[in-house]
Design a protein around this ligand. Structure first.
Ligand SMILES: [Zn+2]
Length: 429
């Protein structure tokens, strides 16, 4: 049997769904009614004519095969709960107040949208001005599907969709003949070239735009823009510090054992350690009591929330790992190591780079290093371009670092208990 028929009626309604004549039993047993007049239909499945329905009783009803095919396609999309989201590529630009224009590309790959809910001609939008052909929903994500069959989507409908910021795609079935059956349509719906965006408000584009906006603030923070030294949290994290203080013995042993390990083994062991032990290890290495950590190593930094751990954990790490010795380093060096240690930095959105190659993560470390520089913990190197700026440790040895830290005021003013400090010696973290 051919995929499509002549202009006779081939769609009937059974259980309030449109069915094709190829899906039903012969005669009145088909159990269908006319989609227009609701009168019983007879399925004619003979050999001489193409299979079709006819009304059981005499009638003037002449359903339009094209509008029924359109409706059948909509119901099929809803039944399949699937749409194709075409690949997406858009240039995003941003003009700063001083007239500088930055541009970047937002690119998304083609993907399949698999819904858990679908409705044909959904009327649930409070602005009932939009009635999509098919409404698909997956979790919180909504997608409108418009079916282009004989009539393209009207421009004013696209405008209304855009003005409500709803994602919408169009599937073009215009080249198909009327009266298609399900298999034929299903095949067409799987062809990705038929799908195009009517309105794309992907988070990707927004994020790229945000990145562009931010990169005008980036790399240029003058010292007078830097915030005053305050604690990262509303309170000093006394419990965290006390908990680390109780682990100083374990930490000292940890550092001694670490000497015989390879860098990879040491890293794996560090990642597996609980946060309070990590903090104790930092302190042991820096030869200070956790209770003597200054505010500088738990300070508030713009963007600190992208790291889930309390800043005292990663700022002491940053200082111990990078800010002692003779090697210069950049925020990107810190970033690449931090990504291996802190799981929360590896969300895809944290990898988006602005035109000048900074991610949110680079920016966070850059900001805190600038603050360190102002507070005298590191030295900011000069460079031809501000984003190439590197930092140099001020303390060349652990002893100098301990002296430097010791000269700063501890965040906790009174030591409620002072454990004997087992100090790290020549170990590494
Ligand atoms: Zn009828």
């Amino acid at each position: 049997m051919a995929g499509c028929h002549d202009s006779s009626l081939v769609y009937g309604v059974r259980d309030s769904q449109l069915v094709h004549v190829s899906e039903v039993l012969r005669g009145l047993e088909c159990g269908c009614v006319c989609p227009i007049c609701n009168e019983p239909l007879v399925a004619k499945l003979g050999d001489s004519r193409a299979h079709h329905f006819s009304h059981n009783a005499d009638t003037d009803c002449t359903p339009n095969p094209e509008s029924l095919t359109h409706r059948y396609a909509k119901e099929l999309i809803a039944k399949r709960l699937r749409a194709v989201l075409p690949a997406f590529e858009e240039q995003v630009s941003y003009t700063s107040s001083d007239g500088n224009v930055s541009e970047a590309w937002a690119r998304g790959a083609q993907e399949e949208f698999v819904a858990d809910l679908a409705e044909v001609e959904y009327r649930g939008f409070s602005e009932s001005t939009i009635i999509p052909d098919v409404f698909l929903k997956h979790g919180h994500r909504k997608l409108l599907v418009e079916v282009h069959f004989r009539h393209p989507v009207p421009a004013d409908k696209i405008d209304r969709i855009k003005s409500h910021f709803i994602e919408a795609v169009e599937v073009n079935l215009n080249d198909l003949p009327p009266n298609c059956h399900a298999e034929y349509l299903t095949r067409a719906l799987k062809e990705s070239w038929r799908w195009s965006w009517l309105n794309n408000r992907s988070h990707l584009r927004n994020e790229v735009h945000q990145q562009l906006t931010k990169c005008h603030e980036r790399y240029l923070p003058k010292f007078h823009y830097l915030p005053a030294l305050t604690c990262a949290g509303p309170r000093i994290p006394s419990r965290k510090l006390e908990s680390a203080a109780r682990k100083m013995d374990v930490a000292a042993e940890w550092i001694r054992d670490a000497v015989s390990l390879s860098a990879t083994e040491r890293m794996a062991r560090y990642i597996a350690a609980p946060l309070d032990l990590r903090l104790a290890v930092h302190c042991c290495y820096l030869r200070i009591s956790p209770l003597a950590i200054p505010l500088n190593l738990m300070q508030k930094t713009r963007g600190q929330s992208i790291l889930k751990e309390h800043p005292v954990y990663w700022q002491t790490w940053l200082f111990a790992k990078f800010c002692i010795g003779t090697r210069s380093f950049s925020a990107r060096d810190v970033e690449s190591l931090a990504r291996r240690i802190f799981e929360s930095l590896n969300k895809p959105s944290r990898s988006l780079e602005s035109v000048n190659g900074f991610t949110d993560v680079t920016q966070l470390f850059y900001e805190v290093l600038l603050q360190f520089a102002r507070q005298g913990l590191v030295i900011q190197a000069d460079g031809p371009k501000s984003w190439l700026h590197e930092f140099k440790p001020r303390a060349r040895t652990v002893e100098e670092a301990a002296e430097l830290i010791g000269s700063l005021k501890p965040a906790i003013s009174s030591n409620r208990f002072a454990p004997d400090l087992p100090l790290g010696g020549s170990g590494r973290i």
